[in-house]
Design a protein around this ligand. Sequence first.
Ligand code: B12
Ligand code: SF4
Length: 447
Amino acid sequence: MKILLISPNTHVVPYPVYPLGLDYVAGALLKDEHQVQIADLNILDQDSLAELIKDFAPAIIGISLRNVDNTEIGNPLFFIEKQKELIAWLRTASEATIVCGGAGFTILARDIFNKIQPDYGIVGEGERFAELAHALEHNLPVDSIPGLITSSSSQAPVPWNGEQTRESGLGSHTQFYIDHGGMLNLQSKRGCSFRCIYCPYPHIEGSKHRRVDASIVAKTALDLQERGAKYIFLTDSAFNSDIQHSLQVAEAFQQAGLTIPWGGFFAPVKLPENYFKTMKTCGLSHIEFGTESLSDTMLKNYQKPFRKKDVFATHQQAIDADIHIAHYFLLGGPGETVETLNDTLDGVEQLQETVHFFFTGMRIYPHTKLYDIALAEGKISKESNLLEPFYYESDAITPAEIEAQVRQRSGQRINWIVGSGGDASARTVSKMHGRGYTGPLWEFLVR
Ligand code: B12
Ligand code: SF4
């Protein structure tokens, strides 16, 4: 069958992100000998898309819904209306069956499905698309496909234990990302085994690690380098949630001859001595720590797998290894008070040679412990609409008060950033990428 895969994500904050999920969906479909094309709306406008649809005449169109919103309480953006318009327009341009999937879709599948009305949705890993395409091609029943959403039935994601095949050479969109910052991305495992109360990642990817053999990860990394990548972002929920595997992957990079820098998300958990020195030797240049708070009370409330002392020790280890460091904070969750916030900000002031991103208000997602807490506290009901972002607010301090306090403490410091930095910082990043700088570039704010 002819299948067109669309990435409608044109969000540029903090920078345009290569639509990695579609490489895996394409890999699974190509294995079943379907004809597949990828349309990335970062490079195609509506007229070019219409032309592509006319020429290719797909029988199925798959849409990757990565972002629902930007999860920024102070500068909210909601992307689903635009996807609804896209689907309505596709119905006029094609008779193809429309299938949605992706990380954002998986979190709020039923609500998104009802709003944008595709023909089918698939929650969780998109490799299952091949099963749906097979059923549609041969007029077989679809009801038993794990994770399938229809107008009348829903299912939870079922982790995919089959082969993961990345098809990264499909279409010309790769060049766009190489030309705009040089960043391509790579996944070394799926799943996160931690249990942080607000986090939907274990729902999206499962809570059991499914590791890709380190030598295969390194082979893909080398392939990205040969295609022109100047930097690789490891998209794992937390790259070091399996410390051993993260070391194997890093060492495999070095053995394979990878020379470009790379980075990713890390949890500031207790680490073996010299962990970051080894990582640095293997090319790790940027660490994005999901620190969230520096109050032990709040870290316990959030069920984080580390405490304040671990953050400081891990931070120091990263500094000693001479790696760029950023910390992300998530303020205002259950139990946040003026005192816990002060504890965090006192701690932040002691963390040197880094950049801090502060997010206030926790987006409440279904299938999380935070959802249950908010329900028990009467902040939401089972009928609450969580598709349009809804944030947990502590009874003791409002998001506005938290933001005011962060801004007041921050003063003129340029390494304290509220939210992702928004359009202004995205414009600066874009200009620098235009001048040939590569990578995430937040290291220029490190103080
Ligand atoms: C890594 C990451 C980042 C990195 C990306 C770096 C890079 N160069 O790639 C950075 C830090 C830059 C980032 C930024 C943002 N991110 Co982010 N990110 C992630 C993360 C952890 C992994 C995404 C990923 O690449 N996964 C690996 C690929 C292989 O998986 P995938 O894309 O999900 O695809 C699989 C399935 O979803 C499915 N699938 C995908 N497409 C399709 C299509 C069809 C038809 C089907 C059937 C299936 C299918 O199949 C694939 C293979 O199994 C996810 C959380 C998570 N664990 O998923 C959040 C996540 C996607 N991000 C999110 C958000 C909100 C953002 C930002 C808006 C945050 C901000 N305020 O700046 C920005 C947006 C950036 C942009 N330009 O779009 C949200 C989206 C949900 C929401 N509320 O909208 C997530 C889910 C995190 C969360 N808060 O829950 N992000
Ligand atoms: S470590 Fe990160 S990805 Fe894993 S559950 Fe906690 S917040 Fe989510």
